[in-house]
Design a protein around this ligand. Structure first.
Ligand code: C5P
Length: 292
């Protein structure tokens, strides 16, 4: 009897990671008529994750079961993702979503987008919708420009507003990430008058080496002006390597060849900043549930 219940629970429930990303570089190359910016960027998955428990409901209702400061249930991307998939597939099922946040909001790590992508992958599976990767990515784009990347599965060179993706191979390294203690709202950075939007298109064929490390993040100058805390972290971490901001900030990262090197620097990070290490991933941990 217990075995049967356990089996039923397995079919109805998934415990899912939602990994963070780093932008190894980010160029703003133009602006579309709708205000969105054209980018070139390299997205790198790392093994620092939010976690999401997804339980299928048979009554069609969709709820988030825990309170999260600063994100009301109705505007939470995971709830919006579930409702979008339900409307698109006319699924009779619902879901109970419990989100365990590790990734900071306004950190440039793609936490909200990754949570939404993981929700789509998990519910596509539990509701047996049968959507393939391309279709999930198109749905994801309605939720945010970074969401398709988290459904794509691989590290990627991105163009368009971030949704035109090409698989890349990147170094198998470690990253040290520092949270400067400020939340950066993405629209604030993109709408700044100071932002340069005319970086020349680059053609990169090899991401496995270090060439892209020396390409900049165009959003960094604006973020550092508005948030001197970010600039301070870049100067500090820059003593140990090529320190750069990810996305529209606020987090700052630097790569290291091995875990011992990252641990050495981690010990020296001033207490006023939260810091951690993460390993580069070559594949999204939920990719096995997405059909190509
Ligand atoms: O798509 P997402 O909700 O993540 O974007 C948040 C905001 O960032 C957008 O409303 C837009 O102001 C800005 N943005 C942009 N160009 C992009 C991505 C985001 O202007 N490629």
């Amino acid at each position: 009897m217990n075995q049967a219940i356990d089996h039923a629970r397995d079919l109805n429930m998934l415990q899912c990671p939602a990994p963070a990303k780093l932008n190894l570089f980010l160029h703003v190359t133009g602006r579309r008529a709708d205000g969105y910016h054209l980018l070139q960027t390299a997205f790198q998955l790392i093994d620092r994750c939010d976690h999401l428990d997804v339980l299928r409901r048979d009554d069609g209702q969709i709820h988030r079961s825990n309170h999260i400061d600063g994100i009301p249930e109705e505007s939470d991307l995971i709830v919006r993702a579930a409702r979008l998939l339900q409307a698109y597939t006319a699924s009779p099922y619902g879901a109970e979503l419990t989100l365990h946040k590790t990734l900071p909001m306004g950190g440039g790590l793609g936490g909200g987008s990754s949570d939404a992508a993981t929700t789509l992958i998990a519910l596509n599976h539990l509701w047996q919708c049968g959507l393939r990767r391309k279709e999930l990515m198109a749905l994801g784009l309605q939720l945010g420009a970074d969401v398709p990347f988290f459904l794509f599965g691989y590290n990627a060179f991105a163009e368009g507003v971030g949704e035109v993706l090409q698989e890349i191979s990147t170094p198998d390294c470690w990253y040290l990430v520092i949270e400067p203690g400020v939340q950066v709202a993405t629209p604030t950075i993109f709408s700044s008058k100071e932002l340069t939007r005319d970086t020349k298109i680059v053609r990169i064929t090899d991401f496995s080496g270090s060439a892209h490390k020396y390409l900049r993040n165009d959003l960094q100058t604006v973020a550092c002006t508005l948030f001197p805390e970010v600039a301070e972290v870049i100067v500090w971490l820059g003593k140990f390597g090529n320190a750069k901001m990810t996305g529209s900030g606020a987090c700052v990262f630097c790569d290291f060849a091995d875990e011992n090197s990252v641990d050495e620097v981690l010990k020296q990070v001033p207490d006023r900043w939260k810091s951690w290490k993460a390993k580069a991933l070559s594949l999204h941990p939920m990719a096995h549930l997405v059909q190509a």
